[in-house]
Design a protein around this ligand. Structure first.
Ligand code: M6R
Length: 623
């Protein structure tokens, strides 16, 4: 266990925050899946895990119950490796699986899941962090020989300990839950019971899926959707007893919960790659369609904007909008601020979630907090949500994931309708966020009389045209992005596009890339320019066209290789990528597309794992 002390000063008082951090077991960004039915479980678990691999891919493991024996196989690395290692002769109709993103501690085989109790009666996979593992080891498990350093092993040993003391398995699980401090989604097998799969949840996502003659659990709907779309939301501190025909949900006190399943609105084909080589390519090319779907979702029968009145009222009533987000969603938030201020005249501040929590800006009297999060699970955002709710402020989540933690815990939620985004690098969720922000801003108050739907329709078409030009982006990426550094430069709305395009390039190609406000170059960054340093300039805003053009000249004079992405009316003959004329305020929606492709092709050329870049995960559920 590591103890982290954080000191901070607030209102002339020094505060000390003590955080416990587990050495090897803090696996909060993992995926779990479980199945009980009549089919051979091996392939079901493996393909479920493949759908969850975006959540982490440091190691993977599976446990299958057969003839009152448990077969366990785990491997460091990808699920493909696990597949190769699994004994082809193993079969069974009950199983659980896990894919891990290691935060602290080496992602080795010993620390991989599943973990087993001493007698191997219980086998368990876990997504989450147990904060009081040391206390529990001391209090109950002094005589136990642990085989790993993980907090997860404490859970499975505890269940066994309570069963040995005479508790039923159900009671032992609930008893264990009551002892645990921290977060967990658990799937548990008891080798003495071939007909039951147990599960439990606290502060970590978990859903149950109901099928004909089978039932499942999974960290998200995608793990189950090819078999069932009838899903149950599971609340914190609930335990599940799942048989082939039944899903029973219990509170931690053993009271049975009655809950209806909901129908997940995901098409199984949405989560397949189809003929695309990578999810990222598929998701880039889905963007025009997503924009059109968003328009239809947010329009009434007369084609006018329609959004939940409560949401609109809450924005109109606030004196300032605080947008809280991370990564790509933060970049969308920067553009959202421009929409709220320029279209609706609403003062807006955008704050990185992980900064807000320790460095809160001075708040106005009646703020509204808007969380933008594709996954709806980002821990940094959730920390802010919890804090501002405690302070009594109103909250709104904009997310792609219905029923996600941030969607459930905020006062209201707005959906992106982008469809599942599987590639770790966010593309279609980003443009969906910008489109929904524009519609929202125009509905709150439209001071500039922009016809958002009309503009978005044109943009969807422009996006298609841009996608048709991908061979050009491939050539350009190969020609220009061949250095260990790269810079994007732009001003105003273009600057925000540069930040996002730079993030795309660095996260999937590992080329060091920064997005700079073009006017800032001469205040420092220009020192980085050397012979042949690639500099990509974005120009879609008439008022800064000439300024950015002179910044291009400045870097060119110092040897940079220039690539220009410009809007047709502002373009020059030598510009490599030209975007048809569209509304300037909404131009980021189209201007980002070449940047997404350039990142894709630069990564492809380097042979990088485009959909699963190193060290990253899709849902970042650790702070
Ligand atoms: O799910 P969220 O939108 O909250 O995720 C925020 C960031 O982790 C995410 O946008 C990240 O920056 C992406 N990998 C960028 O492509």
């Amino acid at each position: 266990m590591r103890i982290i002390f954080t000191f901070y000063l607030e209102k002339n008082q020094v505060y000390i925050v003590v955080q416990k951090n587990n050495k090897n077991g803090d696996l909060n960004m993992c995926g779990i899946v479980g199945y009980i039915g009549f089919e051979d479980v091996k392939e079901i678990i493996l393909s479920g895990l493949e759908k969850l691999e975006y959540r982490g891919y440091d190691s993977a493991g599976i446990a299958i119950l057969n003839n009152n024996e448990v077969y366990v196989c785990k491997e460091k690395g990808r699920i493909a490796k696990l597949r190769e290692r699994i004994d082809g002769n193993i079969s069974g109709t009950v199983g659980i699986g896990h894919t891990r993103w290691a935060t602290h501690g080496v992602p080795n085989k010993i620390n991989s899941h599943p973990h087993q109790s001493s007698s191997k009666r219980f086998t368990l996979v876990h997504n989450g962090i147990i904060e009081n593992e040391d206390e529990l080891r001391e209090k109950y498990l002094n005589d136990v020989n642990f085989t790993s350093d993980t907090d997860t092993e404490v859970i499975v040993q505890l269940i066994e300990k309570f069963v040995e003391k005479g508790e039923s398995v159900e009671l032992a699980i609930r008893h264990t839950m009551s002892e645990l401090e921290g977060s967990y989604a658990l799937a548990i097998l008891d080798k003495e019971d071939m007909d039951t799969l147990y599960a439990a949840k606290n502060k970590t996502p978990l859903l149950a899926g109901r099928g004909e003659g089978f039932n499942m659990i999974g960290s998200d709907a995608m793990a189950m959707i090819s078999l069932t779309n009838s899903l149950y939301e599971i609340e914190d501190k609930e335990m599940l007893k799942i048989t082939r025909n039944n899903i029973e949900i219990y509170t931690i006190y053993g009271n049975k919960v009655s809950r209806e399943p909901y129908k997940a609105e995901i098409d199984a084909s949405d989560i397949e790659k189809g003929t695309y080589p990578h999810y990222m390519m598929k998701e880039i090319e889905e963007q025009p369609f997503v924009i059109r779907r968003i328009m239809s979702q947010y329009s009434d029968e007369n084609g006018n904007i329609h959004m939940e009145p409560e949401i609109i009222d809450s924005i109109r009533a606030c004196d300032k909008l605080y947008i809280i987000a991370c990564g790509t969603s933060y970049h969308a938030g920067l553009i959202g601020k421009q929409f709220f201020e320029k279209i609706s005249g609403k003062p807006t501040e955008v704050v990185i979630a992980s900064e807000f929590i320790y460095n809160m800006p001075l708040l106005t009297e009646k703020p509204l907090f808007m969380f933008i999060s594709q996954s709806g699970e980002t821990a940094d955002c959730r920390a802010v949500l919890v804090k501002v709710k405690e302070m009594g402020f109103k909250t709104l989540t904009m997310t792609n994931t219905k029923g996600s933690t941030l969607a459930r815990e905020a006062d209201n939620a707005l959906l992106l309708y982008a469809g599942p985004e599987i590639a770790v690098a966010s593309t279609k969720a980003y443009t969906a966020q910008i489109a929904v922000l524009a519609i929202l801003a125009a509905f709150v108050e439209n001071k500039i009389n922009i016809n958002v739907f009309q503009e978005l329709s044109k943009i969807a078409y422009t996006m298609e045209t841009l996608c048709d030009d991908k061979d050009n982006y491939k050539k350009l990426a190969e020609k220009y992005i061949n250095n260990s550094h790269c810079f994007y430069i732009g001003r105003c709305m273009d600057y925000y596009v540069c930040l996002e395009a730079a993030l795309k390039l660095k996260e999937i190609s590992y080329i060091h890339t920064e997005g700079f406000a073009a006017g800032e170059l001469k205040h420092g960054p220009i020192a980085l320019i050397e012979e042949k340093t690639p500099v990509i300039a974005v120009i879609t805003q008439e008022n800064i066209n000439l300024n950015t053009r002179s910044n291009i000249k400045e870097v060119k004079a110092r040897g940079a290789s220039i690539l220009v992405i410009s809007m047709r009316k502002l373009s020059q003959e030598t510009d490599e990528i030209v975007i048809d004329d569209i509304n300037e305020l909404l131009a980021p929606l189209a201007a980002i597309i070449p940047g997404q492709y350039l990142a894709y092709y630069a990564a492809l050329k380097k042979g990088c794992d485009i959909d699963k870049p190193r060290n990253l995960a899709k849902s970042v559920t650790v702070e």
